[in-house]
Design a protein around this ligand. Structure first.
Ligand code: FAD
Length: 504
């Protein structure tokens, strides 16, 4: 079984949190730690990762005061840490454990501002290594060189809603022989004395009372100030970026047949969903509890698994149906999943082994691929069983995704599609087709996105090679032949057609 590799390495200037370092990083750090909790399979996290890397590189000089970190909650070993911080959706940011939010700017500038806001407004002790960021007054500056032994003082004049002064202070944090002070445009005496007309603008103020003016943007100020005579970088050296440390974790793809469905993916999906994703919910109640009941119920009814797995799903379903409490602790569900003593020959393998859902890089495909595949299989199995309720599997999927799927933006998109048309599904075969066509909507939206595995491009599926008769042409336009499609889906996702290679 594999463990998942994440989206970042130390060479990205991002502290990669693991069970081995998390406590020492949190306890020993003199800095505010800005942590991204993500799941390596989540497309939105993949799309966001270049921004997070840029932020880490952009504010690397802030390290003694603000350090950028990340943890992959899809990695089984990290699950308990993510649960400890109450993380359920990805990506989630936390600063010093104060900010808990999946709502934050998706660009470097907005993120810098958010971090500064959080540092200034939080109630906990100020990070010891962080300089004060408040504004300077004329009185302070008049006798600045008498009370401070630095060679240079940079004054950043700006309006109160500007962040450049605070950013510059942090950019110069590790440099000696220079101080940066922020002066507001309302500080009339100083503004008049230096004849300041542009905000923001930066003035160098020296003991001899000579001012020089620089009028550019943050990066230019920073660059110029760091190179002033006598200014030296005294902080810890920046980590050396080595090509060797870059993401070289490209896995060898296991040989597999692209036109088949593998039981190993379905069992991996069950493991991840039941033991990792649900574990983020220590208490399950209300809407989430009924979502869990529906999910387990359709699994128990339709999962075309090995007898040991089916026995387990049935026993968990019976146990859940017998529970009369209005809330359930995840630990009791976990006990029911792991404690197979009462039901002989009942077990779900621990760990994941992706085969048809493996990606060419560790962050591609895997769990969301498994989730789609699982529900396609379940809709086809329900049709084969000729059960009465055409909505049962689709609604179970809808409520599971809504209550538990870690990629919250995916869940919102899916819910919007479900609201539009899911209730119109009136037969078991149209449930199979509904899921097929809406999965294709998602494929269409995601084609070309960063989360697309180049070895597995998002296509309108199935391809003409996989099902030639599913495709047709009418009046020069492509059409789907729904009858042929149904026949193909029934066979592709049927229990007889599932491959059991790579199982334990
Ligand atoms: P997947 O799309 O995961 O498909 C898995 C396999 O299913 C394919 O390899 C193919 O064999 C088969 N397949 C493909 N299309 C169909 C079809 N139409 N019918 C039947 N079988 C098919 N990611 C985002 O970035 N944004 C989102 O909004 C988003 N929403 C999602 C919503 C849900 C409910 C789920 C489960 C996932 C969502 N994802 C989203 C993830 C995304 O859809 C993919 O699962 C992920 O990018 C992995 O892609 P993949 O290449 O493995 O193929």
């Amino acid at each position: 079984f594999t463990t998942e590799a994440g989206l970042y390495t130390a060479s990205d200037q991002v502290v990669v949190l693991t069970p081995d370092n998390v406590d020492s990083v949190l306890v020993n750090s003199t800095a505010a730690l800005v942590v991204e909790f993500y799941a390596s399979w989540c497309g939105h996290c993949i799309a966001f990762s270049p921004v997070w890397k840029s932020l880490a590189s952009d504010i690397k000089e802030w390290k003694p005061a603000v350090d950028v970190a990340a943890i992959d909650c899809a990695n089984q070993d990290n699950g308990p840490i993510c649960s400890r911080f109450g993380v359920r959706g990805y990506p989630t940011l936390k600063v010093l454990q104060l900010l808990y939010s999946t709502r934050f700017p998706r660009n470097v500038r907005g993120l810098r501002h958010k971090i500064i806001n959080k540092m200034e407004t939080h109630a906990e002790p100020w990070p010891p290594a962080c300089p004060p960021l408040e504004t300077a007054s004329r009185a302070e500056l008049d006798n600045f060189f008498e009370t401070n032994s630095v060679g240079h003082l940079a004054l950043l004049f700006e309006t109160s809603n500007s962040y450049v002064g605070r950013e510059l202070t942090l950019d110069l944090l590790q440099y000696e022989n220079i101080a940066v002070r922020r002066v507001l445009s309302t500080e009339d005496g100083l503004v008049a004395k230096l004849n300041v007309t542009d905000f923001p603008s930066c003035y160098l103020y020296s003991p001899s009372g000579i001012f020089t003016r620089q009028l550019e943007a943050r990066t230019f100020y920073t660059y110029a100030l760091q190179r002033l005579p006598g200014v030296v970088r005294a902080g810890k050296p920046l980590p050396v970026t080595s090509d060797l440390a870059k993401n070289t974790t490209e896995d060898q793809l296991r040989p597999f047949n692209r036109s088949r469905v593998y039981m190993a993916d379905l069992e991996s999906t069950l493991h991840y969903s039941l033991r990792m994703e649900l574990a983020a919910h220590p208490v399950i109640k209300g809407e989430a509890l009924s979502a869990l009941q529906r999910y387990i119920s359709v699994l128990a009814k339709y999962f075309p698994g090995r007898p040991v797995v089916n026995n387990l799903l049935k026993s968990v379903d019976t146990w859940l149906k017998g529970e009369k409490d209005t809330e359930l602790s995840y630990s009791s569900l976990r006990d029911a999943l792991d404690n197979t003593a009462e039901v002989p020959n009942a077990a779900l393998p621990k760990g994941v082994r992706w085969v048809g859902c493996q990606g060419s890089k560790p962050h591609f495909r895997r769990y969301p691929c498994g989730m789609w595949t699982l529900f396609h299989v379940l809709t086809v199995q329900a049709e084969e069983a000729a059960d009465k309720d055409p909505q049962e599997v689709l609604q179970a999927m809808r409520s599971y995704i809504h209550s538990f799927f870690g990629c919250q933006a995916c869940a919102t998109h899916f819910e919007n599609m479900a609201q539009e048309s899911m209730s119109h599904v009136g037969t078991l075969s149209s449930a199979v087709l509904w899921l097929w066509s809406h999965h294709n909507h998602v494929n269409n939206r995601l084609a070309g996105a960063l989360s697309e595995d180049p070895h597995f491009p998002k296509i309108q599926w199935p391809s003409p090679e996989l099902c030639p008769s599913c495709h047709g042409v009418k009046n020069g336009e492509h059409t789907w032949n729904q009858e042929e499609l149904l026949t193909f889906l029934r066979s592709h996702f049927s229990s007889e057609h599932l491959l059991s290679d790579y199982l334990e």
